[in-house]
Write a protein that binds this ligand. Structure first.
Ligand code: ADP
Ligand code: MG
Length: 280
């Protein structure tokens, strides 16, 4: 069963002068083994939505269900939800606090009551998924590189064995190599059956890799669907804060001058189509 969000409304500080409606009727679903990208300009409600998916925030109106469990159902259910949905905040490395990498990553499973051998197994597995080797198990997390820190922080969420991972702008502040590594990591998570919910500003990533893209604008879900559908819509009408990737614009330009090129964000597809056009 998936994560199901229906008509979600969130109001911060209701009834005060600071009252803000951050979400205003958002609906979408996320399944295991699929990658959902959530895009939208700053302030569109992405981080607020993320925090609803594991019950850090509770709906003002509407419902959030995780594998049939209602996030608002009470403490016992909430605990189950939190074990199913791991939330990785923006700059998760700021939350590291243990003296060694191993301790850091074992904190979650210990907290959930895993046995010592289960803890060891899940720590090893999670660190191996994020590409952190044994030689770093005893290292001080604060001494690692920026990219390594972030991977340790993600391993510490993975170690509790969530079915879904919600990542809030995980590539922010990473260099090109860090972004590439991250992309590989998210692809790997999806391939081992995790539901990936990826909040990002990066339209190239969203359109190029996600199965489903959810576009938020002023707290509303204005568009949901596979990248091809989103792309078609984006070319038809402007959506505030969303920039069409250069490559897609480039493909559009080639079409304007008469080449039969699909509106793609994949450079190889465009190149092949151009080649075929010239052979004709
Ligand atoms: N803790 C908070 N208290 C009051 N308003 C908030 C809080 N967090 C976010 N907001 C407001 O809610 C709206 C959505 O913010 P946010 O979910 O952080 O968007 P995004 O992650 O897309 O940038 C914004 O108007 C923001 O100012
Ligand atoms: Mg945010």
């Amino acid at each position: 069963m998936p994560i199901e969000v229906r008509d979600l409304v969130h109001v911060y500080h209701p009834g005060t002068p600071l009252q803000t409606k951050a979400l205003d009727g958002v609906s979408f679903e996320a399944e295991k083994g699929k990658w959902v990208a959530i895009v939208g300009h700053t302030g569109s409600g992405k981080s607020t939505l993320a925090q609803h998916l594991n019950g850090l925030l509770i709906a003002t109106e509407g419902t959030v269900k995780v594998d049939g469990l209602s996030v608002a159902a009470g403490d016992r259910t909430l605990r189950q939800v939190r074990q199913k949905v791991g939330l990785v905040f923006q700059y998760p490395e700021q939350q590291l606090f243990e003296e060694t990498v191993f301790k850091e990553v074992s904190f979650g499973p210990r907290n959930w009551g895993f046995t010592p051998s289960e803890i060891e197994e899940s720590v090893e597995k999670s660190l191996s998924i994020v590409g952190i080797g044994r030689e770093l198990y005893d290292a001080n997390p604060f001494r690692l590189s920026g990219g390594q820190k972030r991977r340790v922080a993600i391993a510490s969420v993975l170690a509790s064995g969530p079915d879904y991972l919600v990542l809030d702008e995980p590539t922010a502040g990473l260099d090109a190599q860090g972004r590439e590594n991250f992309l590989a990591l998210l692809t790997e998570l999806r391939s081992i059956g995790k539901g990936v919910i990826h909040i990002t500003h990066d339209m190239d990533l969203a359109l190029g890799f996600a199965d489903i893209v959810l576009v938020l604008d002023s707290g509303r879900s204005v568009l949901t669907g596979p990248p091809s559908l989103i792309l078609g819509e984006l070319l038809e009408r402007e959506i505030s804060g969303l920039v069409i990737p250069d490559l897609v614009r480039f493909a559009g330009r080639l079409r304007d001058i008469g080449l039969e090129v699909p509106l793609s964000w994949d450079p190889f597809i465009i190149a092949d189509a151009v080649g075929r056009s010239f052979k004709r």
